[in-house]
Design a protein around this ligand. Structure first.
Ligand code: ZN
Length: 99
């Protein structure tokens, strides 16, 4: 069994944990850590500009993905980091839910 790398964005720290663990709290700030797919290259925390840009983008893409799963996505989007394409027309929606 291999390990996963979890990252605390705020502290710029990474934690290696076995794959069976589904959530990790940061040892420094006790905030929830992010798990990033191994295919996604995370910039070095020694380059704060790249780091911040990456995580801003990553979180935006995750938010879009969440919206997609909730059926709230209004337009097709491409998630570069996650390497996904989300199409709103994939499922036919008959009724427009008023939210
Ligand atoms: Zn932290």
């Amino acid at each position: 069994m291999s390990n996963r790398t979890w990252t605390c964005v705020a502290c710029r720290k990474s934690y290696r944990r076995v794959q069976t663990i589904t959530s990790v709290k940061c040892a420094s700030c006790h905030g929830p850590c992010e798990y990033v797919h191994w295919k996604i290259r995370v910039p070095s925390p020694k380059r704060p500009k790249d780091w911040d840009a990456f995580w801003t983008k990553y979180k935006a893409e995750k938010a879009l993905l969440d919206a997609y799963y909730r059926g709230e996505l209004r337009q097709d989007v491409t998630l570069e980091l996650l390497n996904m394409h989300l199409y709103t027309q994939r499922e036919k929606k008959k009724r427009g839910k008023s939210a």
